[in-house]
Design a protein around this ligand. Structure first.
Ligand code: BGC
Length: 362
């Protein structure tokens, strides 16, 4: 009787064990299946940069829309990105370094795949790069380089060449005499590069005593009023004995030309940069000698193409590398073009940058 009971207990225990193992196996299968099904969903959830669809989303953090060119940059970069199937979110910091950092934070947390930055301040914008990288987002420096940061790519024009074109044009017209240099702001690396290009060309003549730079100042925020004040100060300090002016862009050239006109000196050679409409009009009128023209469509196109590649995880290899104080940044630099009275029709007008009517009037 006892033996019988023991046998029943063993059989019963065996049955229970069998059932337990069976249930566990079924459960394992369920877990495995559900993990498989969940994986892609969980990936999306963990990475804020993956949008629900596959559309590439680019954040564009701009410094300013003050100068005419940036309106073109905004419109054309958006157009080029959209033509490549990407979306773009644009924020403008209105020349405020801390506003630009907080706008960049907003863009970073909005699920972008890449951040494109035109820095207001070449140095402090490094914080933006760090924040983007912490979120796993690469950074493309657009037109202006960000110093001392691990930026992933830099796309711009050759800014030193801008200065060289300016100085060569003016030196040809004024091989000897008193020069005034109206720079951009020292907070923009482009202003530093343009100045380097100018003085690279002028140096031999300065060394020979043929050219004297009688005034040389930075212009805060590229502001035409500041340039106007600088030019007035230059004229006062030199009893109006000024033979030529090189200004870092057309906005500052405009300010300088206003001061020259007030002193009855309109018409002395002045160089600028950007091919702003006002500058093109001054060129045909004869109050500005030249402008270094940068076809913005070409920049926007190249930057958009590379931005989409970077955002898709492609590595961009460029022949050019520029040291930004921290790393050798892969860089693409386009060539600026000298525009003067003689070639304005074949350059900015032929390109549709400005129409003939806009430039010459009716
Ligand atoms: C750009 C110029 C522009 C200036 C003022 C520079 O960094 O290269 O084209 O005129 O900023 O916005």
């Amino acid at each position: 009787m006892r033996m019988m009971t023991q046998r029943y207990v063993v059989i019963w225990l065996g049955l229970v064990l069998f059932l337990v193992i069976l249930t566990a196996c079924e459960h394992d299968t369920e877990v495995a299946e559900s993990t498989e099904a969940l994986e892609p969903v969980m990936d999306k959830g963990n990475n804020p940069n993956d949008s629900a669809d596959d559309t590439i989303k680019i954040g564009f953090s701009m410094d300013t829309l003050e100068e005419e060119r940036w309106l073109k940059d905004r419109e054309l970069f958006k157009e080029e990105l959209e033509a490549l199937g990407a979306e773009v979110e644009i924020m403008v910091a209105n020349e405020n370094a801390s506003v630009q950092i907080s706008q960049a934070e907003t863009l970073i947390s909005s699920g972008i795949d890449l951040l494109v930055v035109v820095p207001y301040n070449t140095e402090t914008a490094a914080a933006i790069v760090e924040k983007a990288h912490l979120a796993g987002i690469k950074v493309l420096s657009y037109d202006r380089i960000i110093k001392n940061a691990n930026i992933d790519l830099y796309v711009s024009f050759d800014n030193e060449m801008v200065g060289e074109l300016q100085a060569e044009a003016i030196k040809q017209l004024v091989p000897t005499g008193n020069y005034v240099y109206i720079g951009g702001p020292v907070t923009d690396n482009n202003a530093i590069l343009v100045k380097k290009g100018v003085f690279h060309v002028l140096k031999p003549s300065i060394d020979r005593g043929e050219i004297t730079v009688v005034y040389d100042q930075w212009t805060e925020d590229w502001n035409p009023d500041n340039a106007y004040k600088n030019m007035l100060a230059a004229l006062e300090a030199n009893d109006n004995q000024v033979d030529a002016v090189i200004a870092a862009n057309d906005a500052t050239a405009g300010g300088a030309i206003r001061a020259l006109a007030e002193k009855g000196l309109a018409g002395i050679p002045v160089a600028g940069q950007d091919a702003d409409l006002a500058a093109a009009q001054r060129i045909v009128k004869g109050t500005q000698t030249m402008t270094a023209y940068k076809p913005i469509r070409a920049l926007a196109q190249r930057a958009a193409e590379l931005a989409v590649k970077l955002a898709s995880g492609e590595t961009i290899d460029t022949d050019n590398k520029i040291n930004n104080g921290k790393i050798e940044v892969p860089s693409v630099l386009l060539a600026p073009i000298e525009v003067n009275q003689h070639n304005i029709d074949q350059t900015i007008i032929a390109d549709g940058f400005h129409t003939r009517t806009e430039v010459y009037g009716d």
